[in-house]
Design a protein around this ligand. Structure first.
Ligand code: NDP
Length: 242
């Protein structure tokens, strides 16, 4: 299988895109560790995804991320794949943005992704090989009314991928981002039926994305089939931004 013998870590693997990604990597032969903030939920998700284990991790805690990533690499002898998927989204019009929203969004989406990429790079550096994928968004590339904070955080995530790719390429480590459109998960469950219909109407492929659409692209990006691809931000949006 495509990922036989590989060891993979997926953050935010308890549901949605992270859970589908953990499942896709496990089905492709990888030994997968997934994380979520709640240990019981992480273990339950790991069992559902066919992952080796589910561990508790809050990605805003740099020390916890570093300790967990080091622990996974030690237990499994190496770390080949890291998917920095954990993220949050809360909408607010410019005049309604609270400081707390700025803090939680940036500490989870930007700092959380950065902590994960840093720890992954440290764990992969010794073997001079590895593949990292981070979760950007089409709104990070194109902007979105009512989502200024989230869009800013996802633009930062895309640039974490581009910058880390430049820095880590010589160490054999590839870093890419995926930029999903509207994917049917808990994150977008607040969208009204009208908003969903409007998005579908603007999408050439005529539907919302499913978590598996993103998971399948991530599985490709972390595989050896993508061995000359780094620093890219791959849109997975059914053509929504065209
Ligand atoms: P969900 O809300 O369904 O899942 C989010 C996941 O992130 C959960 O597993 C959650 O775990 C975890 N998480 C949230 N905060 C933290 C934290 N501080 N530390 C650790 N884990 C955390 O979201 P999606 O699956 O829809 O989204 C996954 C990623 O994809 C996000 O980065 C999102 O921004 C991005 N994305 C999603 C799109 C969409 O349309 N759905 C579009 C573009 C990008 P738990 O709550 O169990 O701790």
């Amino acid at each position: 299988m495509m990922l036989d013998g590989k060891v993979a870590l997926v953050t935010g693997g308890t549901r949605g895109i992270g859970l589908a990604t953990a499942r896709a990597l496990a089905e492709a032969g990888a030994t997968v560790v997934l994380t979520g903030r709640d240990e019981a939920k992480a273990k339950e998700a790991a069992a559902a995804a066919g992952a080796a284990s589910g561990l508790a991790l809050d990605v805003t805690d740099a020390k916890a991320v570093s300790t967990l990533v080091r622990g996974v690499a030690k237990e499994h002898g190496k770390l080949d794949i890291v998917v920095a998927n954990a993220g949050i989204m809360e909408d607010a019009l410019l005049g309604m943005i609270r400081e707390e929203l700025v803090d939680t969004t940036l500490s989870t989406n930007v700092a959380g992704t950065l902590h994960t990429v840093q720890a992954a790079a440290r764990a992969m550096m010794r073997k001079k090989t590895g593949a990292i994928v981070v979760l950007a968004s089409i709104v990070g590339e194109h902007g979105s009314a009512g989502q200024t904070v989230y869009a800013a955080s996802k633009a930062a995530v895309a640039n974490i991928a581009r910058s880390a790719a430049k820095e880590l390429g010589r160490s054999g480590i590839r870093v890419n981002a995926v930029a999903p459109g509207v994917i049917d998960t808990d994150l977008t469950s607040g969208l009204t039926e009208d908003a969903k219909a409007e998005n579908i109407g603007k999408t050439p492929l005529g539907r919302l994305g499913m978590p598996e659409d993103v998971a399948n692209a991530i599985r490709f990006l972390v595989s050896d089939d993508a061995s000359f691809i780094t620093g890219q931000v791959l849109g997975i949006d059914g053509g929504l931004v065209l």
